[in-house]
Design a protein around this ligand. Sequence first.
Ligand code: ORX
Length: 470
Amino acid sequence: MDPSTVFDERIYLTPNKPRIRKIANRFIDAKVTEDAFYICDVGEIITKHNEWVSQLPRVKPFYAVKCNDSRIVLRTLAGLGVGFDCASKTEIKKVLELEVDPSMIIFANPAKQNSHVRTAAEYNILKMTFDNANELYKIKAYHPSAKLVLRIRCDAEKAQCQLGMKFGVKVEEAPTLLELAKSLGLDVIGVSFHVGSGCMDPPVFDRAIKSSKWLFSVAKEMGFDMNLLDIGGGFPGNRGTSIQEIATVVNGSLAVHFPEGCGVEIIAEPGRFYVAAAFTLITLVHSVREIKGKEEEGENDSFMYYINDGVYGSFNCVVYDHAIVHPETMKRNTGPTYECSIWGPTCDGFDLVCPSEKLPKIKMGEWIMFSNMGAYTIVAAGTFNGFPVPKIHFVASYEAWTTLKEFTSPEEFVTNNIPILMKAGVGYNRDAIGWDRVVGAAGPGSCLTQFEQQAQPVLCESPSGNFSDF
Ligand code: ORX
């Protein structure tokens, strides 16, 4: 495998659903890197979107960019017609660069810096949340034509990350803020809440929707014409999880409090739901400490494994996101397992990834992988002690490609390690043929059109690194 073909932000296609472990093993065997790396199955994001549409047909998702802002993630979601929840001017600009319409963005950080409000005004981002009086004065000063969404507090009894201690006005105190908004001549168009990230209390959505409904009627009496309900995040995303339980509560509650035809648009701000399962992190065990168990006390040996990503990098999720991560060996192993702990690469004793696991014996130089690493990982990772943030390798099945090609430039796909346009016979030398002309020349009879008419990429023998067996 040619190292220059990995980590290049193109999407590598596989005939069937990508088998991440197998692809990772191929990279490892090819020795393309000694650094930790990610594999992202872009098709997984499409699968999640399909699940959303079927489970919550009335709720339009606005993806929380903070969760994972990789360009391919954002572009895929934009292509699927998903909107975006941005927390800062940088996120706003990042989304706008994808030519997303400003109406598809909500600036959903209740406490905003002046300059960020000005940026929102400059780019015509109208929807923004607030939850205190001073925000209203600020918005009056910098973005008086904003369409405001009042965030109320309604906490899940159990959630991976509680947010209510920081944001959301108590619903009974919300009318005072509405009065202030009215006196300032600001337009409040709706209500939002966030029950907590990683919500483990589905009925909380009913309580929150009910409170929102009450506030809608109060607002109506004050002369506001509210038409937006934002039910926030809280949706699980790991493999094996489902949003069905929450969806049942949400759909039932909406039917009672915001029935179809009531004129209120319902949106949500899912983050981890879309990306958690799509990313797998593969790390190298670069050092092993063996701890001899006391034989006389019947203790077994245990091991400390040192890997090249830790809590200062991707595993910041263990600290900030209260994530519990589990390693898997690269070979499906059914042999005996031993007690072990897994440590990050820095010199800090705090850099502990897994305090206690049972794994087969792992030798120095072997790799281990972690699934469900897409949410709140790479975005918050640093390079403390000089360790790089792992790069991402993107893969997708041909089936996913039939969706992706609708909004992704053909030059971004690779199959059998060959750029897909070359396979379509468009040409090998992009400078000689004038790439722009080729991409734009999708008229009748052009190579591109012929290619696009095909249901799946043409396959041909690859000289090296053939992915077609995955
Ligand atoms: O900011 C944070 O740290 C994380 N915020 C989650 C969040 C989401 C959507 N809208 C707003 C948010 O604050 C305004 C996304 O929700 P979810 O993660 O449930 O998909 C929460 C903490 C993560 N460590």
